[in-house]
Design a protein around this ligand. Sequence first.
Ligand SMILES: Nc1ncnc2c1ncn2[C@@H]1O[C@H](COP(=O)(O)OP(=O)(O)OP(=O)(O)O)[C@@H](O)[C@H]1O
Ligand SMILES: [Mg+2]
Length: 309
Amino acid sequence: MQPLQIEDVVKSFGERRALDSVSLELREREILGMLGPNGAGKSTLVRTMMGRVSPDSGSVRIFGQTAPAGDTESRRAVGVVPQEIALYPLLTVRENLGVFGRYHGLDGSALEESVNKALHWAGLTDRAADVTKTLSGGMKRRLNIAAGVLHEPRILLLDEPTVGVDPQSRERIYEMIESLRERGVSILYTTHYMEEAERLCDRIAIIDHGRIIAMGTQEALVSQTIGGAREIVLDCDMAPGAAAAAALADRGASIDGTRIVIRAEKPAETMAEILAVAAKNALPIRDLSMKRPTLENVFLHLTGRELRE
Ligand SMILES: Nc1ncnc2c1ncn2[C@@H]1O[C@H](COP(=O)(O)OP(=O)(O)OP(=O)(O)O)[C@@H](O)[C@H]1O
Ligand SMILES: [Mg+2]
């Protein structure tokens, strides 16, 4: 039985269809990325999964049970970290965690132990007594995440947990999340940063205009949409002369001053040909690279748009 199963979920707000027949499953111990641009429907889907939004049709099942069942057990099974920071600014860090712990039915020494564990996990032990509004943005984000996992849920829904966070805190958050997966938590990770999805997620669902338009491992998404093609980029110290330019154009290159870009179905062969042209024409190479297609390329290929428009 999968931790979370969404089937044919439809949700409209007035005329606007925010979710259009969305189906997906979150598997045991995976980080499933949900990648999509602003307004794609990510938060609406997360809020549907946690029972905050009731779908017009379709079903959400948590460990096989129709959600929201409303009972304490299914509430305990799911942890949520909302997109907006949801903390009490005037309470201390420790008091905030206390509030969230009690909400999930913890108290006494069990609560204290969970709070101490969460503080340690989030790297906030030495800030426990500080008033929350005095924390840095990255620390607030970490506390926001800690508040969502304090009760050790088996499923965690994270809605863009690194927005506005500097790269160092971001890396720390990735490590926190990976340690949860190692503990057996199944994680849905919503983001519009493709680097993040690539770095962290076992599988990725791409969502656009309320629809899941592709789902799979990064490798599968790339090979299904783009195939084996690679982009070879050659930077030269000077623009290629007429003979070199003609030879490169014959191989499908586009030349922009000193920069030459070639899309290659057979990258090894094309690379060898380019190097031969450069050698023959004494073209001084400054930099030569071959890029693996990214999820950005996949998104562009599927939608005709950039992920960040
Ligand atoms: N409560 C609401 N009332 C009316 N429209 C809403 C409501 N919530 C969401 N929408 C609309 O549904 C669509 C999807 O919004 P949603 O917040 O789910 O997108 P998102 O993918 O989370 O975007 P972002 O990356 O900006 O957070 C948007 O067009 C939004 O305006
Ligand atoms: Mg959102």
